[in-house]
Design a binder for this molecule. Sequence first.
Ligand code: SF4
Length: 340
Amino acid sequence: MLNSTFLQEILRAENLKKYFRISKGIMSAMRPSSVSLVKAVDDISLRLDEGQVYVIAGESGSGKSTLARLLLRAVEPDEGRIIFKDKDITEKKDADLKEFRRSVQMVHQDAYTSLDPRMKILDIIMEPITIHDKGSTRRERQEKVYKAMEDVKLEPVVELSSNYPYSLSGGQRQRVALARALVLRPAVIIADEPVSMLDVSVRAGILELMKDLKDKFRISYVYITHDLSTSRYIGDKIAIMYAGKVVEMGAVDTVLFNPLHPYTQALIDAVSEPNPSNLQKTRSIPIREGEKIFSGGCNFYFRCPYSMDKCKKEPSLNNQSGTDQSEGSPDHFVSCFLYD
Ligand code: SF4
């Protein structure tokens, strides 16, 4: 486990917000009340250090994929800043943005749809080099592709590079996606549910590969997942998201072995773990049925078994470990009045 006190910060999000307006049918043009605001990412700050894996976990719809797209600058934030290697890149354009996009790569959940079926593997992996490294010859680019394929153990290299994605297995396709991200030697890879579409039997191999690449090339990952069992395997720090907010964050072991927020406890409860002692002793935190979000207070109010009157106000994310976040410690933050 990495101690962030001694690590170099590589990527930081400061108070990121992204709200979407959702219109409810044709009446929305006449009645503003039929337009609702979805707070996909609501005031999120986090710090990723060099060589570290930061897990963003939560159910579908929690806002974790929007957060990933904000960190990539694939969508613009409504508020907040993104700092990469001590440079504010929130509003950078052209060459600065291109350099940032070379350094921060994405691996998508679905390697079936993220790879162009009309392109050979060689061309799929070569495409980012062609975009970012125009000076090199095709032969030089080809050598880089072969090297990236070796790095992700996609072999035999020459034979597979002339294949099309349809002829590869799911695990091989995800290795192609990793090679495509790796070929530019990025500092950060944002991996959005990279193993969730794969057979259980090949998931461990991809996660092991990601760990090896992290150690070999000192890559940092933002690892987006709904699956807490893979989080512990690969992660250093974790943020649990619910309805656009981080409700708990800290070192992976701290959060998963001593979850404080009722939502984190319920998520851990839901993990089907063959050896329960690997994660957390049995808990029984039933999430109540009800509206998903309580506007203006704790988002989890309607579903929380412990909700009380003061939860109608919004709780803040407080450190429970007695140290200050500004010290850069991983520590343990929770947003819940039970720990006020
Ligand atoms: Fe439950 Fe209140 Fe804590 Fe929200 S603040 S999680 S409603 S106890």
